[in-house]
Design a protein around this ligand. Sequence first.
Ligand SMILES: [Zn+2]
Length: 212
Amino acid sequence: MLLWQWFDRLLLPHICVGCGKTGQYLCVHCLDRVSFLAEPIPPPAELPRCPQLLAATVFEPPISNLIHAYKYQGITGLAATAADLMWQAIPFPPADVLTTVPTHPSKVRHRGFNHTELFAQHLAQRLSLPYQPLLVKTKPSQAQASLTDRQARLNPNHFHFATHIPPPDIAGRRILLVDDVITTGSTVAAAAEVLKQLGALKVTAVALAHGQ
Ligand SMILES: [Zn+2]
């Protein structure tokens, strides 16, 4: 165990997100309950230019508990657990760089950390690949509750992604686009579109979980 991990455990005892037992963020019994996905998520017919969609697990307990504790209770140590699950469960295609679906700066300030970036950084470490922030979000998303209609959620105009200025040099590069949860695929498809417009050779979307 590394020194910082020892300090981390000393200061903040790890509580299992599935059962509340002290010791690990995801105990062996709860890990047993995780539904891993063996196949890529079928791309929705409404999104003909959708990138390949990979998710490690199904968005249900204990993974939904993990994501909730990570995003809304700020237990950032869970990013390493999530990256481990993704790394072990997803047959990663060759890629040159990892990046993330961007979060609007106002949300990052409110949350105190960039949740998808932390996922991507940990995953990049596991894969020994570089992480590079390539995209920015120019407008905050509407609240999920107001987006009940599938067509509205699939509408690319709903997303406001752009690249950093000056634009990154990504022509001919294979990119892994990291998100926490993939639902319709429309978010990652919109982000992938911006990368493709800059000449990215291939974009593959990867997430910890697939939600309905
Ligand atoms: Zn447990």
